[in-house]
Every structure is written in structure tokens, then in C-alpha cells.
Write a protein that binds this ligand. Structure first.
Ligand SMILES: [Zn+2]
Length: 279
């Protein structure tokens, strides 16, 4: 995959007077052009999502930070977002802040200097970033709202150009929808996703994402009700995701499970021996 010029890995891209983006060299089906690392600030710099533990990427962050990096924040601890924190800390002496949670197979282990709680503020040099807890993609996922320019760093809660995978049990569809709705109440000007370009009109985009999930939930509900027999995930997948290319079905099966879990919890469908049926 060839990334567009402004999403080339390793090249700092100035987004406004305070924020610079550096894309990590980990392009792929799940990561798009690569993970976005953001550098926030002027006299002091806060890094949001240092990315994978890639030496060239960490060096690019350190060079762009030029001795001013004081904090390293992670939106969550998945392997494409957080492992570079340790190497970057060793190189710069900056402190690491992340929300703690039981680690899954998708998480790296970090030794944070600060464990974030919902609505915590990270402040330095007159800057203020608020941790907005947004579980759903991961239970310890937070977005960070920069007060000065109302930019929300969304990690994997919202991506540009692709749909976020919800992978149970740490991923949870009900929590994900609730977390999206929570953003509608915030004063946000622009979304800075963990993958892809900035997203303007944030509230319109969040509303679109909620509707997209609810439409999918309805397709899943209909697939169960029309199956004619208790159906497995494998049986439901081609019906509920008939509009999604087959190459993505392995990932879609994870989000399908998340939808089925939610419908089961809601009491709309039943589940017995891995088979789902209407009530
Ligand atoms: Zn993730």
C-alpha cells in the first residue's frame, strides 16, 4: 500500500500552530496508512499515542520534540498505539500516562508514571488535555480533548477511512455506542484519529457512526430472526455482512459477536450452545 504524501511515515506534518502528526511505519489492513502519533505544544510537548516500538519512529518523534517532550499519553494499550512509550521515555525522560486495565492478548504492558481516571487533566506549559473515557474498542480507551483548539484525539474510538473493530470480551458494543453518544455532548471542533486524516464536523461524523452501528445491529437482528433455526456466527455472518467484502469477514465476525452479545443482553435474542435465535 502506498500512503498519500501527507501520510508518509516518519515525516512530521504540521496540522496547526500547536499540533504535529507523525505517521508510524506500520501501514496495513487494520492500521490504514499507519498509526498517527501526535505532538502537542510548543515550549513543552505532549506526545499522544507513540505507536509501535519501531526505532526509526521513536527517533522521528524524539527529533521533532527536540528535548521538549514531557508527557507520553496513550489512548489505549494496543500494540499499534502504545509500545513505543517505553523506548521514548528512555530516550527523553518524559512521563507515561495511560488508563490501567487488565491486559488482553492485544495489549502491551506499560509501567505508567500516572494512571489516568475519567476526566483527568494533563497540564503543562499552559496546555490542558482532558482524558475522556471512551470504552468500547478497548475497556481502557480514552480520548484526549485539547482545550485550546478543541481538538479531540480519538485513538481507535474513531478512525478515518475505516470502521473500528469491536472485539469481545474487552471490546463491548453497548459501551462503544454509549461512548460515541458521550462525545455528542462535548464542545469539539475537530477529530484527530489514530489512523487517517483529521475529521471536520465532528458531531455530524459521530452521529453518522452511531447510525451506522444501529443499522448493522438491525441487520444482525433480522439475520437471527429470519434464520429459521438457531444459527451460529458462521451462519449469520454472510447475511448480516453481505455488503462487506469477504476479505474483511474475519474481522467482521468479531464485531458481529459484539452485536450478538448486546442483543442477547438486551433480551431481544437468545443464545444457547453458541447458537442464536429469536425470543
Ligand atoms: Zn486499538
Amino acid at each position: 500500500m502506498t500512503a498519500p504524501p501527507d501520510l508518509q511515515p516518519g515525516i512530521p506534518q504540521r496540522l496547526d500552530s500547536e499540533v504535529t502528526r507523525i505517521v508510524a511505519p506500520n501501514a496495513g489492513m487494520m492500521t490504514g496508512a499507519g498509526t498517527n502519533t501526535y505532538l502537542v505544544g510548543t515550549r513543552e510537548v505532549i506526545v499522544v499515542d507513540p505507536g509501535p516500538d519501531d526505532e526509526s519512529h521513536v527517533q522521528a518523534i524524539s527529533n521533532a520534540g527536540a528535548g521538549r517532550i514531557t508527557w507520553i499519553l496513550c489512548t489505549h494499550t494496543h500494540f499499534d498505539h502504545a509500545p513505543a512509550a517505553a523506548r521514548l521515555k528512555a530516550l527523553t525522560g518524559a512521563k507515561i500516562a495511560v488508563m490501567s486495565a487488565p491486559l488482553t492478548d492485544h495489549d502491551c504492558r506499560l509501567d505508567p508514571d500516572r494512571s489516568l481516571a475519567p476526566d483527568d487533566l494533563i497540564q503543562c506549559d499552559g496546555m490542558s488535555l482532558r482524558a475522556v473515557h471512551t470504552p468500547g474498542h478497548a475497556s481502557n480507551h480514552v480520548c484526549f480533548l485539547l482545550s485550546s483548539n478543541r481538538m479531540l484525539f480519538t485513538g481507535d474510538h474513531i478512525m478515518q477511512g475505516s470502521t473500528v473493530v469491536i472485539w469481545p470480551p474487552d471490546g463491548n458494543m453497548r459501551a462503544y455506542l454509549d461512548s460515541l453518544r458521550r462525545l455528542l455532548a462535548l464542545d469539539i471542533r475537530v477529530l484527530a484519529p489514530g489512523h487517517g486524516y483529521l475529521i471536520e464536523s465532528p458531531h455530524t461524523e459521530v452521529e453518522r457512526l452511531i447510525q451506522h452501528r444501529l443499522r448493522r445491529e438491525d441487520k444482525v437482528r433480522q439475520a437471527v430472526l429470519r434464520a429459521g433455526e438457531p444459527a451460529t456466527i458462521e451462519m449469520l455472518l454472510p447475511r448480516a455482512y453481505d455488503d462487506v467484502p469477504k476479505v474483511l469477514h474475519e474481522m467482521a465476525a468479531l464485531s458481529l459477536r459484539a452485536h450478538l452479545d448486546k442483543l442477547t443482553e438486551d433480551g431481544e435474542i437468545g443464545c444457547s450452545d453458541g447458537r442464536y435465535s429469536g425470543r
